[in-house]
Design a protein around this ligand. Structure first.
Ligand SMILES: Cc1cc2nc3c(=O)[nH]c(=O)nc-3n(C[C@H](O)[C@H](O)[C@H](O)COP(=O)(O)OP(=O)(O)OC[C@H]3O[C@@H](n4cnc5c(N)ncnc54)[C@H](O)[C@@H]3O)c2cc1C
Length: 395
């Protein structure tokens, strides 16, 4: 048995989920999170059937299900005319088709659920205020350096997000790629029951931008994300506060219902849209998980799902491999095609979502005339995915 634990740099969804997946294989881990507490910030995350499948593998779905919200449908509307272009019902038929439900959840609720489950395992040690500054692969073990000293581990997972320092050393492939969109996010709490028309996931397609909103926190808060095609974010910052005027200024001549949604939120946060190109993720005893490995633009709403799937894949590959290095290369081979496809499709979707002129007219007609069942068929590659089935391992 290994004498050192697996070290995990980053206590976001990828890091804590990986600790839970490794404990299924009887492996101890230490999670090092640089923030002073596990960040209970963020807003809404979409949890499709593939993400629910992963959460069940990690044995956390039962406790999370209560804080997740069940939207009745995904509505796609033209942001200017308000016309309904497509509707995906997320009820029992959808659930039967993909084997698991579609939910939305607040990021803090998901992370808290994972952290609470991790605290139940003595084999998982969670440290906060513990920034991993560098690492060295010593051949037979790895060593990381934090402000409080050096720690040895059997292996290292870089789960430190899109601006991963572990990736910087491992792949040295530069910073994330910034795109021309600025993303705005607001979370508005309702004291009275939320209007019925806000119960679904609604995607408004506008010229040079889009807005998506859905309820979280059991339907007591509305999560709104607006993508505005501008010019790439200047300077070194990645996020900043924003005000309603800045958001409204971009979305002009929009439908009254969308105007109301944007107007209801007064406190906004903006951040630079970015993703990462493909690179080699694994070398000997070090690999990357989650956004550190494959951050994508958020248009397929699969960032958290990819992190959760990674953790399951890692556990399954570790079960089947004789060495940790072999497990990491099997994991990378299993995950790379899917996460790369997700990044490419997200970029493509951005171009479709933000179309103007004739392209917009054609897009709207295609969406409107596509049969709902056929539309759902096109999403099957996302929601049907099961890393267990692909690795040939027993779930
Ligand atoms: C504060 C925050 C809020 C977010 N809110 C949303 C949201 O509302 N909606 C949405 O769709 N997505 C949100 N995301 C992104 C989403 O959580 C991720 O895209 C997805 O879940 C993949 O998670 P990850 O664990 O790979 O990366 P992340 O969620 O980015 O987590 C990385 C973690 O590593 C820590 N870290 C970074 N560097 C170091 C280091 N050197 N040493 C130790 N720890 C380090 C970070 O503090 C962070 O906790 C948010 C991310 C963060 C960090």
């Amino acid at each position: 048995m290994p004498t050192h634990p697996i070290l995990i740099a980053g206590g976001g969804i990828a890091g804590v989920a990986s600790a839970l997946s490794l404990v299924r294989n009887g492996r101890a881990s230490h999670v090092f999170e640089k923030a002073e507490a596990f960040e209970t910030v963020g807003a809404g995350l979409q949890i499709g059937p593939n993400a629910v499948r992963a959460l069940k593998y990690l044995d956390v779905w039962d406790t999370l299900a209560a804080s997740a919200f069940a939207p009745p449908a995904i509505f796609i509307r033209d942001g200017h005319s308000g016309r309904l272009l497509q509707e995906i019902r997320l009820g029992i038929e959808f659930e039967r088709r993909f084997g698991e439900p579609y939910r939305v959840i607040h990021r803090a609720d998901l992370l808290t659920g994972l952290v609470e489950r991790a605290r139940m395992h003595s084999a998982i040690e969670l440290k906060t205020g513990a920034e991993v500054m560098r690492f060295a692969d010593k051949g037979g073990y790895v060593e990381i350096e934090t402000r409080s000293g050096r720690v040895r581990g059997e292996a290292l997972l870089g789960a430190d997000g899109i601006r991963s320092v572990i990736r910087q050393t491992l792949a040295a492939d530069g910073p994330p790629v910034r795109h021309s969109e600025v993303l705005f996010r607001a979370l508005t709490t309702f004291d009275t029951p939320m209007p019925e028309r806000l119960a679904g996931i609604t995607l408004w397609l506008c010229r040079q931008g889009h807005v998506v909103h859905y309820p979280v926190r059991g339907g007591k808060a509305l999560n709104v994300v607006a993508a505005a095609v501008k010019s790439p974010w200047p300077g070194e910052d990645w996020s900043a506060p924003a005000d309603r005027q800045e958001v409204m200024a971009h979305f002009s001549k929009i439908h009254e219902d969308l105007f109301q949604v944007l107007a209801v939120s007064s406190r906004w946060l903006k951040w630079a849209a970015a993703d990462r190109g493909p690179t080699a993720w694994s070398r000997n005893r070090v690999t990357l998980v989650g956004d550190a490995a494959h951050a994508a633009l958020p248009y397929l709403a699969q960032g958290a799902a990819m992190a959760l799937e990674d953790s399951v894949a890692l556990s399954l590959c570790a079960q089947r491999s004789d060495t940790i290095a072999a497990a990491f290369s099997a994991y990378e081979a299993l995950r790379k095609p899917r996460t790369q496809r997700m990044a490419v499709e997200s970029r493509r979707l951005g171009r479709i979502y933000h179309a103007k002129g004739l392209l917009r007219v054609v897009r709207n007609e295609i969406l409107r005339l596509t049969d709902q069942a056929r539309f759902v068929d096109r999403l099957a590659w996302i929601y049907n995915y099961d890393p267990g089935a692909r690795s040939g391992a027993q779930n």
